[in-house]
Design a protein around this ligand. Structure first.
Ligand code: MLT
Length: 239
């Protein structure tokens, strides 16, 4: 487990890397696929997003841009999972740029298997890991502009905890780092109060100030979606 993309060792590539941005990018990516998105293409740079998405038919694209929790001017959507419905999203490609989540994905995109995970997709992610059986797995929190975030770490802990539960392996056999053990402790303490934890989290508080309580409520749910977005070419995810 790495709390932020910056913590992940720059000179190593794992068999599988999983980006986590519970509030809200990876929760929103799963919600977009749940609503029938054809693919999600991520960008750290907004101008590049506009340039690439120009080449896509207007009725088959959605441009989603978020900075500081707010929708970027001129974009169709911000970064709320609640924006995605069959009517709006089915059959369309989501061109997406967010403050931290899309940067995290860019950082890990060299791994042979790249996935995204959220609390909403915890069990589906574990199932995918158990079926693909990669030897080394990184769970990488997006954090906030380089620093640790509670909600990403608790999600990593939920995944590690479920892996231990389902395989019967010990921490030692799983060979997780210190952050993996700490993340499981965080999950065990807060598993019954995930929404409460989000209210304490710095980014949760930022979203509450922007009147986004419904987003926190959605993102705090465990196992409500079986979507496991996988990178099929650099920066492009599908299910
Ligand atoms: C991010 O990528 O930093 C987040 O998803 C921000 C947000 O809540 O929109």
């Amino acid at each position: 487990v790495y709390h932020t993309p910056e913590e992940a060792p720059a000179d190593q590539v794992p068999d599988c890397a999983i980006a986590i941005d519970v509030l809200r990018a990876t929760t929103t990516i799963a919600a977009a696929f749940q609503a029938g998105a054809e693919a999600v293409q991520v960008f750290s740079d907004l101008d590049r997003l506009i340039q690439v998405s120009e080449q896509w038919p207007a009725d088959r694209r959605i441009r989603a841009g978020e900075r500081g929790g707010e929708r970027v001017d001129g974009f169709d959507l911000g970064n709320s999972p609640l924006d995605h419905s069959r009517d709006r999203t089915q059959g369309r490609r989501l061109f997406m740029s967010t403050t931290n989540g899309t940067r995290c994905l860019e950082r890990i995109q060299q791994a042979p298997l790249v996935m995204t995970a959220a609390l909403t997709t915890r069990q589906a992610t574990v199932k995918a890991l158990l079926s693909k059986q990669p030897e080394t797995v990184w769970l990488v929190g997006s954090g906030w502009e380089g620093s640790y975030s509670l909600e990403d770490t608790v999600c990593a802990g939920a995944i590690v905890h479920s892996l231990i539960d389902q395989t019967g392996l010990s921490f030692k056999e799983l060979a997780g780092n210190d952050a993996a053990i700490a993340s499981v402790s965080l999950f065990l303490q807060w598993q019954g109060q995930l929404l409460e934890l989000m209210r304490h989290a710095t980014h949760g508080q930022r979203l509450l100030k922007q009147h986004q309580l419904a987003d926190l409520e959605y993102c705090a749910q465990l196992d409500v979606s079986d979507m496991v977005p996988v990178q099929r070419e650099p920066g492009v995810l599908s299910v």
